[in-house]
Ligand binder design. Structure first.
Ligand code: KIV
Length: 261
């Protein structure tokens, strides 16, 4: 799967399946399950690192996780998030950091957050040979500015701004854009005006593809009870029960039994 396949998929009306993974083990599993793209999201900071926001993620951490994920994937396109403040200061900074991420991980693209204001960074990256995925709507790196994780683009005039931002990213050379946490009809309109594919995250069914955070969809994270993304399994409960069974067997002398290691 390459960035060119993304455009082909949109033209053919074939949905793009993306999911996060942060290491070789899970990247290998989701790749074998047939996903099209693996996002090494800066959500690694919250999903695995126990942080409250994604702001602490560093270029070094993204390279470390990106390299592991790229090693695990053989077919899916691996996209690595550019962390907070690695591309906002200047296009030059963006190229230096994005170039390092691509070079040192073996990933096929980077993702960054924001609209028209980051278009010069996107253009500089693409000109330097670094494919870029955009990210609009709820952008977790702006969590403090946005007053928390909440549905975006509800206000009067929000659609027009979103379309301006999406077009700026497309013109700057982005090959796709994540539309995050917005009403489905808004995401549908943005999807309609773009020639590059949109990937929805809590943005309704009418985007060109969908992305989920692996730890949420597997039920490894705590359920927020607020009707968040679909949980396809409850592996967290299964891990707790399995480890509790092991602990109980050690304490009762059942493990190791005769002939067991
Ligand atoms: O970091 C991440 O996992 C993301 C997804 C929520 C799209 O950006």
């Amino acid at each position: 799967m390459t960035v060119l396949d993304f455009a082909r998929r949109k033209r053919a009306g074939e949905p793009i399946v993306m999911i996060t993974a942060y290491d070789a083990l899970f990247a290998g599993l989701v790749d074998a399950a047939g996903v099209d793209a693996i996002l090494v999201g800066d959500s690694v900071a919250t999903a695995l690192g126990g942080e409250g926001t994604t702001l602490s993620a560093t270029v070094e951490q993204m390279i470390y996780h990106g390299r592991m994920a790229a090693r695990g994937a053989s077919r899916a396109l691996v996209v690595v998030d550019m962390p907070f403040m690695s591309y906002q200061v200047s296009p030059r900074d963006a190229v230096r950091n994005g170039g390092r991420i691509l070079k040192e991980t073996g990933a096929g693209a980077v993702k960054l957050e924001g609209g028209a204001e980051v278009a010069p960074a996107v253009e500089a990256l693409v000109t330097a040979g670094v494919p870029v995925m955009g990210h609009l709507g709820f952008t977790p790196q702006a969590v403090h500015q946005l007053g928390g994780p909440r549905v975006q683009a509800r206000a009067q005039g929000a659609l027009e701004k979103l379309i301006r931002d999406a077009r700026a990213l497309e013109k700057a050379g982005a090959f796709a854009v994540v539309l995050s946490m917005m009403p489905g009809r808004i995401a549908q309109k943005v999807t309609h005006v773009l020639s590059i594919p949109t990937i929805g995250f809590g943005a309704g069914p009418l985007c060109d593809g969908q992305v989920l955070v692996l730890t949420d969809m597997l039920g490894l994270s705590e359920a927020d009870g607020a009707g968040g993304p679909k949980r396809y399994a409850e592996l967290g409960a299964e891990v707790r029960e399995t480890v509790a069974r092991y602990a109980q067997e050690v304490r009762s002398g059942l493990y190791p039994g005769a002939g067991q290691g």
